[in-house]
Design a protein around this ligand. Structure first.
Ligand code: SF4
Length: 360
């Protein structure tokens, strides 16, 4: 029922809407519970957020980013003003969308190293980060229409969705937008095989695409070579959390730039896929062993310590299987021309015409 029940013109049936609302409410409750744990039971909250929820997210984005977009608790919260008709529903200019998209990429690269410096060990800091995201996202939601307010522009997770979601399993119904008003151009949710290199209308879009595709694999590699710091006593310690991720990022950006200049456009798409598969593979290459107690740094990122039960080679096998899967799914598997979710019917004939004008 969640996947298929449409009335006509891509409008969801009442029973499908109800099913999606229940799914959103349940996932929202899980998110709210984790948020409460971060404040009142920080050890449990940190474990659930950073070592259970976040490690699942990249794989889910690869397989079905539309499912993630439909039920993400932050999206559900930040879209409340629009769902309850409290938004001014302003149309955000494409140039501003592009600038905010670049801000999201920069925010991602600035926030993630802070996990080692403070977030991984502080429930209050992680809860504050989430609260800031909700405050900004909801404030934007009171002004701008649908996902242009947060989900498709400022959300720092969105560049990763773009990176990993280029060949999703299937297009799910859009469980947020009741009709399409062209809030996002191009709409990442509704464009088949969307990836960060697709938007090329201005330099902000080009730069965002370049930074996330080229930089992410090296950034992830560098990030996993930094231990969590229990106490920050100087600015130098904060800077050291950035050194390896930024060094890795610059290295892979350089490689990406060289490949782009060397390859033709058709091969360029393959390079984007290879970098996406490399980034998600790099993540699980280090993440799976760390979750099971075989990480590079003692208990960093550990859910359960199986190091005395499992042989080391078993985690090697798991990581190799993960890498093979992601390269098959992202690079080898044929592009299926599916979008993340099905675009709902356009709100009015006028907005449909204006979209055609913009797309031309
Ligand atoms: S489907 Fe339409 S209204 Fe919804 S996010 Fe995409 S462009 Fe905006």
């Amino acid at each position: 029922m969640l996947a298929t029940s449409f009335k006509s013109g891509n409008q969801l049936s009442a029973s499908s809407i109800r099913a999606w609302r229940i799914a959103q409410a349940l996932v929202w409750l899980v998110g709210a519970t984790i948020f409460g744990c971060l404040l009142f039971f920080p050890a449990l909250g940190l474990l659930l957020f950073w070592n259970v929820l976040i490690p699942v997210a990249p794989a889910l984005m690869v397989i079905s980013v539309g499912l993630w977009r439909n039920v993400c608790p932050l999206a559900t919260t930040n879209l409340l003003p629009r769902h309850f008709n409290l938004s001014r529903k302003k149309k955000m200019p494409v140039r501003l969308q592009s600038k905010l998209g670049l801000v999201a990429v920069i925010a991602l690269y600035l926030i993630v190293p802070l996990r080692h410096a403070v977030l991984n060990n502080s429930g209050i800091a992680t809860a504050t980060l989430l609260l800031v995201a909700v405050t900004i996202g909801m404030s934007m939601g009171f002004v701008y229409d649908w996902k242009s307010a947060w989900c498709s522009t400022l959300c720092p997770v969105h560049p990763v969705e773009r990176m990993y979601g280029a060949n999703t399993l299937m297009a799910l119904p859009n469980a947020h937008c009741d009709s399409c008003v062209n809030c996002s151009i191009p709409c990442p949710d509704s464009t088949p095989n969307f990836n960060p290199a697709v938007p090329q209308k201005n330099n902000y879009q080009k730069l965002s695409g370049f930074l996330i595709v080229g930089g992410l694999p090296g950034f992830i590699w560098g990030w996993f070579h930094v231990p969590d710091t229990l106490e920050i006593n100087s600015v130098r310690e904060i800077i050291s959390a950035y050194t390896m991720p930024f060094a890795g990022c610059i290295l892979s950006l350089t490689l990406y730039w060289m490949l782009l200049n060397w390859e033709n456009k058709r091969a360029g798409n393959r390079v984007v896929k290879i970098f996406a598969a490399s980034a998600v593979s790099m993540y699980y290459w280090y993440r799976i062993p760390a979750l099971l107690g075989f990480g590079l740094f003692a208990k960093d990122g550990q859910v359960v310590d199986l190091s005395s039960v499992l042989p080391q080679w078993s985690t090697t096998l798991m990581t190799i299987a993960a890498v093979l899967f992601f390269f098959y799914w992202v690079v080898i598997r044929k592009s299926n021309h599916q979008s993340w979710v099905v675009r709902p019917a356009y709100a009015t004939r006028q907005s449909s015409l204006s979209r055609q004008k913009v797309d031309r």
